[in-house]
Structure formats: structure tokens, C-alpha cells
Ligand binder design. Structure first.
Ligand code: NAD
Length: 289
């Protein structure tokens, strides 16, 4: 299949390389020269604009920073430029409303399109082990699925347009909340005189157990290897957690959903990122407590 790929950054670079490995011809574009150079090395053919990269393709995949950019790229450079009938897949994390708006514009232009944000970071993008949560019609999902399978380990249909983004921000809001809760529990345990490993041994097999504790423990040396063991380098950046929590708060407001814990998590991550920690893994918030 011939696939146009727009946005070859930390995530998109590895994803495009996995499409090449799966035997697809990838026509790539990014604004950054460095990203273009890496895509070339990975076997993509590179182009000077998104418009050119989507010429003659069967599918378009994008992995871009935010909703405004996604809307601009699809409105000005993909819709009306990719061949009629190409299937469009936006894998960026963006707000639900913009995802629905762009998919409606694609539909009006005669394209089937899905929103397909991911769970998993740069290592999963490089290793082809992302989880995709997909919003769109049954027919669009059926066409997108084999393309996504070349980049991930799980592809789940979340319902209509925008529901992939809805699933992503609800999941990440929960993750932000339970990471802060896990950090609080470990800090309080310490102050009450409990050894962190002993608290882990008890809580990891008790009702407080959660992923933030048993797969991603914020305390160095406790639980399986995680960014805390590497001085909170790598992993999922605090700035990206804050981005997702802000998207979650926007969506909560528009849907009139009560999210008091999500709001508190967003405000704590705002403080932590504002103190210059945006580049640290999100579990580093334990340092602030
Ligand atoms: P990134 O900044 O590394 O990559 C984005 C790329 O888009 C850059 O190379 C940039 O030059 C390019 N770009 C920007 N505007 C463009 C345009 N108009 N045309 C073409 N290219 C353009 O970001 P990333 O970490 O790869 O994240 C991409 C998306 O994936 C974001 O929506 C992010 O929230 C989401 N995400 C990231 C992670 C992660 O761990 N990094 C995890 C899950 C989801």
C-alpha cells in the first residue's frame, strides 16, 4: 500500500519506520529537516510538502502536536489533495471537538477517516507495540485496522468519530489521578515509618494496587524497572501528561461531566511543570509531594 505520513517526530518517526518494515511504500513529510533525514534513513520517500506527500496514496497517517495543526494540515493539505477514496488516520492526541470537526470535513470531501490516538510512548512507537483507540464508522475502522496493526499490538474500536480521543483522555485522566495517589501513599507510608519495599509488598497484593504502583512505581528501586530508576528520565513526559489533562478538562466542561479529581490532578501537574519539570517523567511528581 502507498501511505502518506505527516509528522515524523518522536512518535511518528518510529511509526513510519514500522510501516516501511511491513512492506508499505511510505511518502513522508515533516517541517523539521532532522525528522525528514531520519525518515529517509528508515526507508521512507520524503517530500517538500504534505500536499506532495499525499499524492497518489491509498492512506494518510498523521502524528502531529495538537488540534490546531491537525485541522490546518487536513483542511489545507490533505482534503482535496489525497486521491478521493483514500482512508485518513490521525493518530495525534487532540481535543474531541476538533477530531469530530476534521472527520466531518473529510467525510464532506469524500474520505473515510478515523481518529486513532495511542497509548504507549516512544519505545512502543519504535517497537511497534502501541495500543490504538479508534473512533469512526465500522467501514472506516475496517480499512484503518490493518494499517494500525503494522504499528501496534492492539487496535480497539471505541465507537464513532472522536471516541478514540475520548477514550484516550479519560484513560490518561485516570492515570494522572492514580499516579498522584500512588505518590501520596508512598510518601505518607515513609513518614509513618514504613519501608517503601514493605509497603509495596503489601499494597501491590491489596486493594490499593494499581498500574502506577505495580508497573511504573514512582519510588526508585521498588517494583519493576521504571523511569524512577533512571532519575525520571525517559518515559512519559510531565508536559505531555499536562497536555492530556488539559484536554480532559476541556472535554469535561463541554460534556458537563463532574471531574473534581481530574481538575486537582491537572492543577498539580500544572504546578509541577511550571516549576521547570516538564521534561521529567510524570512519576517525578513524587518529588513535589
Ligand atoms: P514531536 O513534537 O516529537 O513530533 C511532532 C512532529 O510534527 C514534529 O517533528 C514537527 O516538526 C511535526 N510538525 C509540526 N507541524 C507540522 C506540520 N504543519 N506539517 C508537518 N509536520 C509538522 O511530538 P511526539 O512526541 O511525536 O507527539 C506526537 C503526538 O503524539 C502528540 O499529539 C502527542 O500528544 C502524542 N503522543 C505522544 C507520546 C509520547 O510519549 N511522545 C505518547 C502518546 C501520544
Amino acid at each position: 500500500m502507498k501511505i502518506g505520513f505527516i509528522g515524523l517526530g518522536n512518535m511518528g518517526g518510529g511509526m513510519a519506520a514500522n510501516l516501511v518494515k511491513a512492506g508499505h511504500a511510505v511518502q513522508a513529510f515533516d517541517l523539521s529537516e532532522t525528522a525528514i533525514a531520519h525518515a529517509c534513513e528508515a526507508g521512507c520517500t520524503t517530500f517538500g510538502s504534505a500536499k506532495e506527500a499525499v499524492e497518489g496514496v491509498d492512506a494518510v497517517v498523521s502524528m502531529l502536536p495538537n488540534g490546531a495543526i491537525v485541522k490546518g494540515v487536513y483542511t489545507n493539505e490533505v482534503i482535496g489533495h489525497a486521491p478521493a477514496g483514500a482512508v485518513l488516520l490521525d493518530c495525534s492526541t487532540i481535543d474531541v471537538a476538533t477530531a469530530r470537526e476534521v472527520i466531518a470535513a473529510a467525510d464532506a470531501g469524500g474520505y473515510e477517516m478515523v481518529d486513532a490516538p495511542v497509548s504507549g510512548g516512544i519505545a512502543a512507537a519504535n517497537g511497534g507495540t502501541l495500543t490504538f483507540m479508534v473512533g469512526g464508522t465500522d467501514s472506516a475502522f475496517a480499512r484503518a485496522k490493518p494499517i494500525l496493526e503494522a504499528m501496534g499490538k492492539a487496535v480497539i474500536h471505541a465507537g464513532d468519530a472522536g471516541n478514540g480521543q475520548a477514550a484516550k483522555i479519560c484513560n490518561n485522566m485516570l492515570l494522572g489521578i492514580h499516579m498522584i495517589g500512588t505518590c501520596e501513599a508512598f510518601k505518607m507510608a515513609e513518614k509513618l515509618g514504613l519501608d517503601p519495599q514493605t509497603f509495596y509488598d503489601i499494597s501491590s497484593v491489596s486493594s490499593g494496587q494499581c498500574w502506577s504502583m505495580t508497573s511504573y512505581c514512582p519510588v526508585p528501586g521498588v517494583g519493576p524497572q521504571s523511569p524512577s530508576d533512571n532519575d525520571y528520565q525517559g518515559g512519559f513526559a510531565t508536559a505531555l501528561m499536562l497536555k492530556d489533562l488539559r484536554l480532559a478538562m476541556e472535554a469535561a466542561e463541554s460534556a458537563d461531566a463532574a471531574t473534581p479529581m481530574g481538575a486537582r490532578a491537572a492543577s498539580l501537574y500544572e504546578d509541577f511543570a511550571g516549576a521547570g519539570n516538564g521534561g521529567l517523567d510524570f512519576s517525578a511528581i513524587i518529588k513535589m509531594l
